[in-house]
Write a protein that binds this ligand. Structure first.
Ligand SMILES: Cc1ncc(COP(=O)(O)O)c(C=O)c1O
Length: 435
């Protein structure tokens, strides 16, 4: 909850005048800054440059496969083991794919919708009606774009500090047979940074029991090792709990090395039960003869075990932590006493989520653009681009250099203060002596 600002009209007017003057100066400064996409910075990518040359002419995987050749839809054993570390799932359940987990997610949802996945028929033929997917909000825009493109209706669920509002999730799944799945980013959620607590993960493991057949938890664990703090929070294992609950067919887990090695040339993973993985593989086999196993082998040589991954991620954290600190410092110094916004303090991942007072986000983003600071478009953290209260703004500080993050935050804070003062003044009844 945001405390309502307690400034008098005179104070608000003065704030608006000061911020408008600063804004005009920023607009003249010719800035070109960007806090939009969560991309790794160049020096982060450099950390994995030794992928190049890692093989030194030895293309054989541990089972003797010549990785240069066709075949091996599930990936080479050592890559599946790397996936098993990242997804917290036994290696036998892991498929190691190409460079994008988003592609695997798209293909998975499309397969469930159009073809069915072993234990259930296609969603599109279900007599209950056209499928719906629950979307914890704010959430990841590309999950939403994927559903929109496939014509799958999205239903918002509120995110709490502990994860999605599980009372609402369970009620929706129980009451509406058209609900066929739910998107989850369980660790350092995009954009709030939330880590689902143990009780939430346990409730997820039991969720398929409440749902219609063919219900899938789409567990996108994209930020599983992307810790900023040396004592990171721990995420309970959905796979282990689902296996114990007998619901493993309903749990599908995704991840990749995109923000570990090269964002455009990593390895993506997916884990599912034998039945579901087999059905998915049958579809995949019509699309390709095998993934890029050479890249899988390079990654397996670079990241042979947990320690190698942990050490590497600490080097990432050393680069991006100062940027996250700069964002937090700017927010605390610039907004703490205004009541214009609240924000998250993530311990990992790639984003900070800011909630303004209702009806302000669009204005803030427009003002920032005027001053040369690109922010993620208003509404993008909600299905169909519709933020019902026009409040949420996603900040992505990893890519720009630290000095640019600081400068962009100065502009951003000024925009929130300016829009905040205007918003409150427009809403306040005009005092008698000013009428
Ligand atoms: C939650 C989430 N999932 C997936 C992705 C993309 O993953 P990949 O590069 O493996 O396709 C991102 C990238 O921003 C993300 O934030």
């Amino acid at each position: 909850m945001i405390d309502q600002p307690s400034m008098t009209d005179d104070e608000l007017q003065q704030l608006e005048t000061e911020c408008a003057a600063r804004h005009a100066a920023f607009c003249k400064a010719g800035l070109a800054l960007d806090l939009t996409r969560g991309k790794p910075a160049t020096d982060q990518l450099d950390l994995a440059n030794h992928l190049d040359g890692a093989l030194q002419g030895d293309y054989r995987s541990e089972d003797g496969t010549d990785t240069r050749n066709y075949g091996g839809l599930r990936g080479i054993p050592e890559a599946r083991r790397l996936g098993s570390i990242l997804l917290d799932v036994p290696a036998e359940q892991v498929l190691a794919g190409g460079n994008s987990s988003l592609t695997l997610m798209y293909l998975f949802v499309e397969t469930a919708h159009l073809f069915g996945l072993g234990d259930a028929g296609p969603w599109r033929d279900d007599p209950a009606g056209a499928p719906r997917i629950l979307c914890p909000v704010p959430g990841y825009d590309r999950h939403f774009a994927l559903c929109e493109q496939l014509g799958i209706e999205m239903v918002n669920v509120t995110m709490l500090d502990t994860g999605p509002d599980m009372d609402a999730v369970e009620a929706a799944v129980r009451d509406d047979p058209r609900i066929r799945g739910i998107w989850c980013v369980p660790k350092y959620a995009n954009p709030t940074g939330c880590v689902y607590d143990d009780a939430t993960v346990a409730r997820f493991a039991n969720l398929p029991k409440l749902a219609a057949p063919g219900f899938r938890i789409l567990w996108d664990n994209a930020y599983t090792v992307h810790d900023l703090s040396p004592q990171p929070p721990r995420l309970a294992s959905l796979w282990k709990l689902a296996a114990e609950a007998g619901t493993a067919d309903g749990a599908v887990i995704f991840g990749s090395t995109s923000k570990i090695s090269f964002a455009g040339a990593g390895v993506a993973f997916m884990a599912a039960s034998d039945k579901v993985l087999g059905a998915f593989e049958a579809r995949l086999g019509a699309l390709m003869i095998g993934p890029d196993k050479v890249n899988q082998l390079r990654h397996s040589r670079l990241f042979p075990d947990v320690e190698a991954i942990r050490g590497h991620m600490q080097r990432h954290a050393a680069i991006i932590r100062p940027k996250f600190d700069a964002v937090q410092q700017a927010l605390a110094q610039g907004l703490a006493d205004t009541g214009f916004a609240t924000w998250t303090r993530p311990e990992g991942g790639y984003f900070v989520s800011v909630d303004t007072l209702p009806g302000m986000a669009r204005d803030v983003i427009r003002l920032a653009a005027e001053a040369g600071v690109k922010l993620t478009p208003a509404g993008s953290t909600y299905p169909y681009g519709r933020d019902p209260e026009d409040r949420n703004i996603r900040l992505a500080p990893t890519f720009p250099p630290l000095a640019d993050v600081r400068r962009a935050m100065e502009v951003f804070i000024n925009c929130v203060r300016l829009a905040g003062a205007r918003t409150i003044r427009q809403r306040q009844p005009i005092p008698e002596h000013r009428r």
